[in-house]
Design a protein around this ligand. Structure first.
Ligand code: 5AD
Ligand code: SF4
Length: 465
């Protein structure tokens, strides 16, 4: 196995690369393929790296077999995405057997969590970059290319470094993401995020505004602000203190921006001021993703969530008072250690009570190093699976019922492109529902009004008015 270099924050710089090699302009790989797993933050990071490569003359391809560089952007939040990452890596290792010059990099949360383990176990992996090291991507790639070394960079820089953005990558898109903060300070007992994404750090409003303006210039019409906990955005500027509400107000003034969204919010930090922004800021879409995780106060306490079931329900009431019809989506877990039938019933009861527009639901899985991992009374997988299936059946009924209520309504849709099947146009309502309808490609990027004809679980079928 070739030697593994371990770089610590800021240790890697161009002086490490022998000038002779730089001058020779080693032939650079020309095609890349990125596989992204996990959340929108990973999608955003993958986009950044794609832009950086395009800027350096490397172009994207649709299949890993045709690539010279393959990046796997991993997720570590649950056991399932972790297993998916290992199985994808297995496939990439067989491709690398056929093409030993292929460069294989692993990035994202699993890369951070298992950095040394991955590089030691799998000689096929050329480099590992953690989420706070992405700004060194171009240098790392060059170094791997030139001296065929292997690199691990999984430091915990206070601010995530980002690669320089290229232009042109977003030109075919209508909706884009911008990260405004990263990391989490909450340490919910089950969650690996604070360990792999680090402590909360907000980006400067100046940096955010530049990135938003760039996307608008590229033709993007809808921006989703990203962060593990956007509500705790904070920036102490020379002119003023920026909290999340101030940032939303400022961004909504940009003329070319049609729609603004954000995700994810933590219930314990959802201020009245932020709730009122759904009324006050016209461009802010009436949709909030507000993970509740469990309906039982006993489990919420064990999870260290910092709110009660009653406080959560109060927030829902306020949101609906301030913005009637607001779409509410959430995350929930079943089978947390010690969860009894009565606790699970309280979760089902909360679902019936709130009637979420849609819900992401998961079986609890142990994450190494979290405090829940060390808890007693783990729930058997068969019980978790049975609870998940009951919960998902209930939510399906609710989602379908809510979607059916939209039949016959006129709704505004931002047209995003062609639908995957049937050659129709596809877009989303302000409440984030996917709508498919017949129409001319020239409508892509504009707001249209449609009549909802039929509702399904995951989409609505409509006609242009
Ligand atoms: N097991 C199961 N689900 C988890 N989540 C976070 N950690 C775990 C875990 N250990 C879920 C939460 C979170 C979503 C992103 O993933 O519901 O909101
Ligand atoms: Fe994880 Fe809790 Fe932070 Fe969300 S708020 S990222 S669940 S620790």
């Amino acid at each position: 196995m070739s030697k593994v270099k371990e770089f610590h924050p800021f240790e890697l710089n161009s002086e490490r690369i022998p000038q002779a090699f730089l001058m020779k302009e080693i032939s650079l790989p020309k095609h890349f393929y990125i596989k992204t797993m996990g959340c929108q933050m990973n999608a955003y990071d993958s986009d950044s790296l794609a832009q950086a490569m395009i800027k350096d003359g490397i172009s994207p391809v649709n299949t890993p077999e045709n690539a010279d560089i393959i990046l796997l952007n991993t997720c570590a939040v649950r056991a399932k995405p972790e297993q998916k990452a290992y199985s994808f890596l297995g496939r990439m290792f067989s491709i690398k057997k056929e093409n030993p010059d292929l460069i294989l990099g692993v990035i994202g949360c699993l890369a951070q969590m298992k950095a040394l383990d991955l590089i030691k176990r799998f000689p096929e992996i050329d480099f590992i970059l953690g989420p706070r090291e992405l700004g060194r991507f171009q240098e790392v790639l060059k170094t791997v290319e030139i001296d065929h070394g292997r690199i691990v960079a999984a430091g915990s820089n206070p601010a995530p470094l980002r690669p320089e953005h290229g232009k042109g990558y977003f030109e075919k898109r209508v909706a884009g993401y911008v990260s405004i903060m990263e990391g989490c300070n909450n340490f919910c007992s089950y969650c690996i995020v604070p360990y792999v994404r680090g402590r909360e750090i907000s980006r400067s409003p100046h940096e955010i505004l530049i990135e938003v303006e760039n996307l608008l210039t590229a033709g993007i019409k809808e921006i989703t602000l990203l962060g593990q906990n956007v509500n705790s955005y904070l920036w102490d500027g020379r002119d003023k203190k920026w909290n999340f509400r101030v940032l939303l107000d400022e961004l909504s003034r940009l003329d070319r921006l049609l729609r603004l969204r954000f995700t994810t919010s933590h219930p314990k930090d959802l201020s009245d001021d932020l709730i009122h922004s759904f009324h006050d800021i016209r461009k802010l879409c009436p949709h909030i993703h507000l993970p509740f995780q469990a309906g039982s106060n006993r489990i919420l306490k064990l999870m260290r969530r910092g709110y009660t079931r009653e406080a959560y329900l109060e927030l829902i009431k306020k949101l609906r008072q301030v913005k009637p019809g607001i779409a509410i989506t959430s995350d929930v877990m079943v089978g947390f250690p010690g969860e009894m039938d009565e606790d699970f019933e309280l979760t089902l009861d909360l679902l019936r009570n709130v009637e979420f527009d849609s819900l992401f639901s998961f079986k609890y899985s142990d994450r190494s190093g979290t405090s829940a991992e060390a808890m007693n009374n783990k729930i058997r997988d068969s019980v978790k699976a049975a609870r998940l299936s009951v919960l998902q059946d209930l939510q399906k009924e609710i989602t379908l019922k809510k979607n059916k209520e939209l039949e016959g309504k006129r709704l505004e849709v931002l047209v995003e492109g062609k639908s995957k099947r049937g050659g129709q146009l596809t877009g989303r309502t302000v409440s984030n529902k996917v709508v498919n309808f017949n129409g001319n490609n020239s409508l892509i990027g504009s707001l249209v009004t449609v009549n909802i004809k039929r509702s399904f679980l995951n989409s609505l079928r409509a006609e242009l008015t």
